[in-house]
Design a protein around this ligand. Structure first.
Ligand code: MG
Length: 399
């Protein structure tokens, strides 16, 4: 358990219990390509040098246990005077691969089981990307943030221009995350020119891509700095919060549907669709947070096409249009109110199904149940009520 530097509370590890994760920030380049006399990781970006953006982001993240900064040989003292004392500074080599190997050796010395290898020239690392990479390593040897290619691509052969299908193409960023033993072994066998992901793949490792972020763009040329400055220094809108409430009455039947799960019962719920009262409340919470009306505006009960439909259609639509308006669903909390059926035995299945439909990680979805102590229409067993809350975050991450 570690304490959060922002709020002071202890934070339980949500991912990979007891797994130590080290960040390796490669800042060993001398920056000739960027055109300045000074290496680009030492350029000023806002109030800090470029490399410090990454150092600070990793040190502040509760999942990251160590932060290793790889610097040009002979410059340890220069960086030590600029760096927080929690960072571990090691000297790099003549090539990027040699510098990564130097960082990995340090990580192996203090027993880090997982590493995130990051270029110091990408100052826009976000907590969300770090968390997504840590999560991906639970099932993968390696993981990297990637953005889909949105521009049209062309290939030029002499005077002839042909289209390139971009459907399977991605722009891969850093940090790239690995099981330490796997990447260390892969790099021992790798060609010096191969990048970390390619080395792992050549060694037989499996790689997962997670959503990248435009803020993770690399500083390659001097012109990149003002663009990135605008991207990183522009304040993001605050998250939005929405609530939803719904009720459906019981009718003759043998099961009710809650969060997409069919739960055997002595009655069913009446409704035009599948009467999934829980997902209707959640759909309204998402639409509410984005100020996009309510479920009835988007799916009028008078429209025959929605008769008997799976409420996953409504939920996925709400997530998608919120996204189109610049908002990503980041968490939700549901309360089911009824005397029967018992919800608790089905709660985990309901959370998993909601995760599948919304794209949220499981630990961002809460499902609770309560009764009204025999009072009111739910107490009399006339139906089920549900309430939901949803948090939407400004959409900066693209996939
Ligand atoms: Mg409803």
């Amino acid at each position: 358990m570690r304490s959060c530097k922002a709020c002071g509370f202890f934070i339980a590890r949500r991912y990979s219990a007891n797994m130590s994760i080290a960040a390796i920030i490669v800042a060993a380049g001398r920056g000739q390509r960027a055109g300045g006399a000074q290496a680009k990781q030492l350029w000023q970006l806002g109030q800090r040098q470029v490399f410090l953006w990454s150092v600070d982001a990793f040190l502040a993240h509760p999942l990251v246990t160590h932060c290793v900064l790889v610097v040009p040989s002979g410059q340890t003292d220069t960086y030590a005077t600029l760096c927080p004392k929690d960072a571990i500074i090691v000297e790099g080599g003549e090539t990027r691969t040699a510098s990564v190997r130097a960082g990995l050796s340090a990580c192996e010395r203090f027993g880090a089981e997982r590493v995130m290898i990051h270029d110091a020239a990408r100052p826009g690392i976000t907590p969300e990307v770090i968390a997504a990479l840590a999560n991906a390593l639970d099932t993968s040897d390696g993981a990297a943030p990637a953005l889909a290619v949105v521009d049209a691509l062309k290939r030029k052969h002499g005077d002839r221009i042909t289209a390139v299908d971009r459907a399977e193409l991605y722009r891969v960023q850093t940090p790239q995350a690995f099981q330490t033993t796997k990447i260390a072994a892969a790099l021992r066998h790798a060609d010096a020119l191969v990048d970390d992901l390619a080395a792992l793949e050549q060694y037989g490792g499996q790689v997962t891509l997670v959503p990248g972020d435009e803020r993770l763009s690399k500083i390659t040329y001097a012109d990149d700095l003002p663009r990135l400055e605008r991207l990183l220094m522009t304040p993001q809108p605050a998250p939005r919060f929405g609530t939803g409430f719904d009720v459906h009455a019981f009718a003759p039947g043998t099961a009710v549907t809650l969060c997409g799960i069919s739960i055997p019962h002595t009655q069913t719920l009446a409704g035009h669709s599948d009467a999934d009262v829980a997902w209707h409340a959640l759909t309204d919470a998402i639409l509410g947070a984005a100020a996009l009306g309510d479920i009835g505006d988007h799916f009028p009960p008078s429209d025959p096409q929605w008769k008997g439909v799976d409420s996953a259609v409504f939920l996925k639509h709400a997530v998608a249009i919120a996204r189109d308006h610049g908002w990503d669903l980041s968490s939700c909390d549901l309360t089911i109110i009824c005397e029967a059926p018992k919800v608790k035995p089905h709660r985990e299945a309901m959370r998993r199904r909601t995760a599948e439909m919304t794209g949220l990680p499981l630990d961002a979805i809460s499902v609770k149940a309560t009764t009204t102590e025999g009072l009111g229409f739910t107490g009399r067993g006339e139906g089920i009520a549900a309430q939901a809350s949803a948090v939407l975050s400004p959409r900066a991450i693209q996939d």
